[in-house]
Design a protein around this ligand. Structure first.
Ligand code: ADP
Length: 735
């Protein structure tokens, strides 16, 4: 045993193989000279063996060791460098000595053992190839001239459901879908002639019956007389291609049926390449017309220039481009469009996809808003009123500059609703605030109120405030616009007017009283004066009778004067009595037949008419509503004047009428001496005459009575006249 051990030890030390023992922690416990030689003087005792291996081999080492642990009886082996250069083929065994794990390693230097470097590399290559083949996700295979699998990688199991063992020796075409066989044979012929087969696609039948689309990259080696091939499962690719196809359909739909006008134009020529339906609809050109046009033709001249300029500047070449343009439709109408353009390749051309949204309405609306706002700001500038704009949501009020002017506060002092409420007159505040709140609560649009508002100097202004409340579709109050008007002057005028009215009424009452008094006086006076007057004239007549002989001519003349004076006075008094009676008459109003009245007047003046060859020409006159005696007197006075103030011609009196609302307007014209326009108003005043009694008798009261009668009936009296030609008296009486 000892000898054996000695022999072993000699063998160990003299051999140019490497002997190394490791403990359970893989630390070196013993080694031979040859091994030490590999590392020069470097002490190796207790060195951790894997640390001597190059990094990329440690994994292999671990793997080998772990396999050993599972199966101690089979020694493992691996090839690898050790030390600075040496490639070693290691055989490793594990032993359990005294229940302690020990590894025994015997290494043969690979090169010095007669193996050529090439062979070694080949061995590695085969090793690597095996690994590549087993880990590849694609099917890697070789196929012989007859089309049988020589080798095939593990992937066949996952892709086709067959293990390599099942497939080796099988015909390649046996697995292909019958429909694809012909194509595959033709492709194989071509590959054999040296063509590339990057795009050979066929379907293989999976063990479970599914069809698996495979794409093959194949090469024919004429020396080896075999195909080298890599087959890739393109199920996913096919799926995504199909999806792409489907989605292309979707995109087409999106393009053609898009409600927004869209087109594609070629960047170089600006020609339309495609348009959608919305474009043809909104621009009025057919698709065919579009395809004959360039994008310039959609634009009015000035826009053409702008487009060309932009084209020159940027070449329209930006990937995404946005802008506002004016386009013209086929019928010439212009529209405001917002353009978004995306660059793309279309049928091999550099092109742009354009989306055009018609903003005409929006632009118009925006312009209208601008105009309205302008108008609003002009109005608020031009007005004398305080214009306010109350945002009910944010509770902010904007005031125009007049507020500063009207109330005397600075614009900083002028504030929100609370400020406004605070400055209402304490007596008005609650009423005004409640009323406004009620209007908003009841969703009224219009609000108005009158109140007193405190100014900066502490005085109050009377304000008339009027507002309009705006609600949204849910009837939520949004905004209120209004204007405040300073009605202080109006208020004080109103007050003054009231005072004036009051004093006028008082004056009128006083006047009426004094008028009545005057009428009473005139009546009493004329009534009472008659008696002494009658006495004067009867005693004068008595005097004349008794002392007829005793009196001389002169005395008789004087008596005649006195009698005449008394007579005139009597006439005056009677007329005055008549005048004062107009308003005190107790006679009821009734239907008065004017035709009959004219008949009576005719009878009264029959003599004069005959003497003068005069005539009264008269329409068939309508009835009126009035006091008969007064209507009679009215016609009589005017007709008698027409006869009295006649010219040398026979007097012709014309009576006509026309309707004037609820009144009848009479016109009595004559061909008399006429009246100068200057005296038109004078003749209606009591006792005013234009002639002395030598020429025409009279008291100057007749027309005054007429005026009073007409006015008492609610009518009017006036005249037109030309001196020397005649006059026309007009008056109205109720029907
Ligand atoms: P009187 O006839 O008693 O003078 P009136 O009041 O009737 O008083 O008339 C006032 C004056 O108007 C007359 O004095 C006369 O000068 C003038 N006048 C009235 N009627 C006519 C008439 N038809 N034509 C011309 N003058 C007239």
């Amino acid at each position: 045993m000892n000898q054996q051990k000695q022999l072993g030890s000699i063998l160990l030390q003299s051999s140019n193989c490497y002997f190394v023992s490791l403990d359970d922690k893989e630390n070196i416990t013993s080694y031979n000279k040859a091994f030490q030689k590999l590392f020069g003087d470097k002490p190796l005792q207790e060195v951790h063996f894997p640390a001597l291996l190059p990094g990329h081999l440690i994994k292999h080492w671990r793997h080998t060791i772990s396999q050993l642990n599972k199966n101690e009886s089979t020694p493992g082996s691996f090839i690898g460098h050790i030390g600075p250069t040496q490639v070693v083929n290691w055989e490793i065994a594990a032993y359990d000595i005294d229940s302690k794990l020990t590894y025994e390693l015997i290494g043969t230097p690979v090169t010095s053992a007669g193996q050529s470097e090439n062979e070694l590399q080949l061995k590695w290559l085969v090793n690597d190839l095996e690994k590549i083949m087993s880990s590849s996700l694609d099917i890697i295979c070789t196929i012989d001239e007859e089309g049988r699998f020589i080798t095939i990688s593990e992937a066949s199991k996952y892709i086709l459901g067959y293990t390599p063992r099942e497939l080796i020796g099988q015909y390649y075409l046996k697995l292909a879908h019958p429909f694809d066989v012909g194509r595959t044979i033709r492709a194989a012929e071509k590959i054999k002639q040296g063509y590339d087969s990057k795009d050979l696609e066929n379907r293989f039948v999976h063990k479970d019956g599914r069809l698996i689309p495979l794409m093959w990259s194949m090469k024919w080696d004429s020396v080896d007389k075999r195909f080298y091939g890599v087959g890739r499962d393109v199920t996913d690719k096919k799926k995504s291609e199909q999806e792409l196809l489907d989605s292309e359909g979707k995109y087409k739909l999106l393009f053609y049926k898009n409600p927004l006008p869209m087109w594609i134009f070629e960047l170089e020529t600006l020609r339309f390449l495609e348009v959608n339906e919305a474009a043809t609809e909104s621009y009025g050109f057919s698709r065919e017309e579009f395809l004959q046009m360039t994008i310039l033709e959609l634009r009015p001249d000035e826009e053409k220039q702008r487009l060309l300029q932009l084209h020159k500047l940027q070449g329209l070449n930006t990937p995404v481009h946005q802008g506002y343009w004016v386009h013209s439709k086929k019928d010439g109408t212009l529209m405001q469009v917002e353009i978004t353009a995306h660059q793309l390749d279309y049928e091999g051309k550099r092109a742009k996809l354009v989306l055009a949204s018609d903003r005409t309405q929006q632009v118009l609306a925006e312009q209208e808003i601008i105009r309205t706002n302008e108008r609003y700001s002009y109005v608020s500038k031009a007005t004398f009123n305080v214009v306010w704009d109350w945002d009910l949501q944010l509770d902010i009020i904007e005031w125009n500059d007049i507020a500063v002017e009207m109330f005397g506060y600075t614009s900083e002092e002028i504030g929100d609703v609370k400020w406004w409420q605070k400055h209402l007159h304490p007596d008005d505040r609650e009423r005004v605030v409640t009323n406004l709140q009620r209007h908003i609560n009841d969703r009224h649009h219009h609000w108005e109120d009158e109140y007193r508002f405190t100014c900066a100097d502490g005085s109050y202004k009377h304000i008339f405030d009027r507002g309009f409340i705006i609600y949204d579709e849910n009837k939520t109050p949004l905004r209120m616009l209004g204007a405040m008007q300073d009605v202080s002057d109006l208020k004080s005028n109103e007050l003054k007017l009231k005072e004036l009215n009051f004093s006028l009424e008082k004056r009128a009452r006083e006047l009426a009283e004094s008028n009545a008094e005057l009428e009473r006086f005139a009546y009493v006076a004329s009534h009472d004066l008659q008696e002494p007057l009658r006495m004067v004239s009867s005693f004068l007549q008595l005097l004349e009778k008794r002392y007829k002989e005793k009196l001389d001519v002169k005395a008789h003349e004087y008596i005649a004067f006195a009698v005449d004076g008394a007579e005139r006075m009597k006439g005056l008094i009677l007329d005055l009595l008549e005048y004062s009676r107009v308003n005190t008459s107790k006679e009821e109003r009734e239907k008065v037949e004017t035709n009959k009245i004219i008949e009576e007047v005719r009878l009264t003046y029959n003599n004069v008419l005959q003497e003068t060859n005069g005539e009264i020409i008269c329409d068939d006159l309508p009835n009126v509503h009035g006091t008969r005696t007064q209507v009679m007197q009215l016609f009589q006075n005017i007709i008698s004047n027409a006869l009295k103030y006649r010219s040398a011609e026979p007097p012709i009196i014309n009576i006509t009428y026309k309707k004037a609302g609820n009144y009848i307007e009479f016109a009595i014209s004559d061909n008399g001496i006429g009246i100068d326009e200057r005296f038109f108003h004078k003749i209606f005043i009591i006792f005013q005459r234009l002639h002395n009694r030598e020429h025409y008798s009279g008291t100057g009261i007749g027309l005054a009575i007429c005026k009073k009668i007409v006015e008492r009936h609610g009518g009017k009296i006036w005249l037109t006249s030309t001196p020397g030609k005649g006059s026309t008296f007009y008056f109205t009486l109720p029907q």
